[in-house]
Design a protein around this ligand. Structure first.
Ligand code: FAD
Length: 487
């Protein structure tokens, strides 16, 4: 008889795991507390505008291809990808920005204009980053984080120095121009820690950025969620929304059932793609593996203050993705990682999906998403959110040399309180547990529970880490471990 798996949550990791498990012959039911699937990658639709609530950068297309090919499908069976050209731009002052084009050759030209001779350094740097990418993303991240031995291979031994140096040191050794340094340190911010606390080996993110490029799925990242949902359903997965799981029942180190909207639902195996910390709170205390002190000691990826804005005109002098690095990075990072507090002058990111995708906004109008990274767990009130909207809009108008404030049709915000309420996120983190040296692979919260025989975890707080591509991989790893122990 088929074993049945109760899967908590419907983010990228859960949807991925569900398809692998269904393909392997398990009977899978997803229980999602929200009214739509997708978790942090849900969608907001308002007055003819469409916004991705969470992820907007589609990087590492090979990981998505590999996922769909495991089911003899292709991403193009479900959604259309557009390569962004240019990929993005980075503002450093009023009318002062660098555009990152869509090929390394073109990016070399921009580097050379900033710092003579830097294109040679860049080519060397990206070649090393590519070699790391081939080791990490094509192999290491597909190991389940069960043992440290997984990381020891003839090729990683040769790169051992890069695990003990940092991205920050590596970039600064090769580049002097602070603007180029900021651009090269940007990709590892996706991993959730400061570049000075991220191993140099993670330069594979620079290859993802400059080597592979930035893509936009037509109709937004949510079309990837829709594709994965369709795939899962075609394999027999049952998806139930508005299903809040409030407990996992254990009998003699064995999970027997979950409590969903007050009713008990039995299961042979339980897999949770909800935030790891939250899932542990659903267990009786003696079955939790990690204490509150453990979670408190960990370095979390930032939370964020987000604004989804409908503008009544087209916005000029910006790209689909635009970064605003016109203020001191270190001062902002200090408020995220060292002394959790609101930054005086925040760096911010803005996305204008309607620059590429006409489905994102009515004709002649612009959809905009603004994001300020923040320390998880700090105070979040409407008044503070408003202050920060004013701060960044004032700067935005000056930097990009145009009035926009009076063209706001509506704005919606999303911040720490919403991350907690919507996703049961620990301290309102936006994208999980950071990838630092001490929080890599086998040093991360484990996929298989050490205390409950048939309980598993997947998602951005577990292995391999934050981001959409790692979440797809996490789902695959969790499904493989379940198959290994329960076939
Ligand atoms: C603002 C933002 C921007 C980002 N930008 C990017 C980007 O550009 N590119 C990129 O690659 N990544 C990005 N990320 C990261 C990426 O979105 C995440 O790593 C990924 O979506 C996490 O997926 P997940 O499956 O781990 O978890 P989630 O998406 O959080 O899914 C967990 C699910 O569990 C559900 N759940 C929780 N508790 C319960 C319960 N008790 N009962 C039932 N269901 C429950 C939640 O509702 C949720 O649907 C971003 C994230 C955020 C928040």
């Amino acid at each position: 008889m088929k074993q049945n798996v109760a899967l908590i949550g419907s983010g990228f990791s859960s949807l991925a795991a569900a398809s692998y498990l269904a393909k392997a012959g398990y009977s899978v039911t997803i229980f999602e507390k929200n009214n739509t699937v997708g978790g942090r990658a849900r969608q907001l639709k308002k007055e003819g505008f469409t916004f991705d609530i969470g992820p907007t950068w589609y990087w590492m297309p090979d990981v998505f291809e590999r996922f769909f090919s495991d089911f003899n499908r292709k991403p193009s069976d479900y959604y259309e990808l557009i390569k962004l050209a240019p990929a993005y731009s980075v503002y450093f002052g009023d009318n002062d920005y660098i555009t990152i084009e869509d090929t390394l050759e073109k990016i070399c030209v921009a580097f050379e204009a900033e710092e003579k001779g830097s294109s040679q350094q860049l080519k060397k740097f990206i070649a090393k980053a590519q070699s790391n990418y081939n080791i990490a993303i094509k192999d290491l991240v597909y190991r389940p984080g069960v043992s440290p031995l997984e990381l020891i291979t003839p090729v990683t031994i040769k790169k051992i120095g890069q695990f003990f140096s940092t991205i920050s040191k590596e970039v600064r050794r090769e580049f002097k121009n602070p603007r180029l340094v900021a651009i090269l340190e940007f990709p590892v911010l996706f991993l959730g820690a400061k570049p000075s606390n991220t191993p140099a080996f993670y330069s594979f993110m620079n290859y993802a950025d400059f080597g592979l490029g930035t893509f936009h799925p037509k109709n937004g990242m949510y079309s990837v969620i829709n594709g994965m949902k369709a795939l899962a359903e075609s394999l027999g997965v049952i998806i139930k929304t508005n299903q809040n799981v409030t407990a996992i029942n254990i009998d003699n180190e064995q999970a027997t059932s979950i409590v969903v909207n007050g009713a008990t639902v039995s299961a042979d195996i339980i897999l949770s793609g909800a935030d790891y910390h939250h899932t542990e709170t659903l267990l009786p205390k003696q079955y939790r593996q990690y204490s509150e002190a453990y979670w408190d000691r960990k370095i979390f990826a930032p939370s964020s203050l987000l604004f989804y804005v409908g503008f009544d005109k087209k916005i000029e002098n910006v790209e689909h993705h635009t970064l605003f690095f016109d203020v001191d990075f270190d001062a902002h990072a200090y408020t995220i990682y060292d002394e959790p507090s609101w930054p005086e002058n925040p760096l911010f990111y803005a996305s204008f999906p309607s620059k590429t995708d006409e489905s994102a906004a009515p004709r002649g109008k612009e959809a905009a998403i603004f994001l300020i990274p923040l320390a998880p767990g700090i105070e979040d009130t409407e008044a503070i959110r408003e202050t920060y909207f004013e701060k960044i809009i004032t700067r935005f108008e000056k930097l990009t040399n145009q009035p926009v404030r009076n063209f706001v049709i509506f704005k919606e915000s999303f911040c720490i309180k919403d991350f907690v309420e919507a996703y049961n996120s620990y301290k309102g983190n936006a994208y999980g547990l950071a990838n630092t040296l001490m929080q890599t692979a086998f040093l991360r919260p484990k996929i298989k529970s050490k205390k409950v025989k048939n309980l598993y975890f997947t998602g951005q707080l577990s292995v391999p880490g934050p981001g959409v591509p790692p979440s797809l991989i996490s789902g695959k790893l969790a499904a493989s471990l379940i198959e290994k122990h329960h076939s």
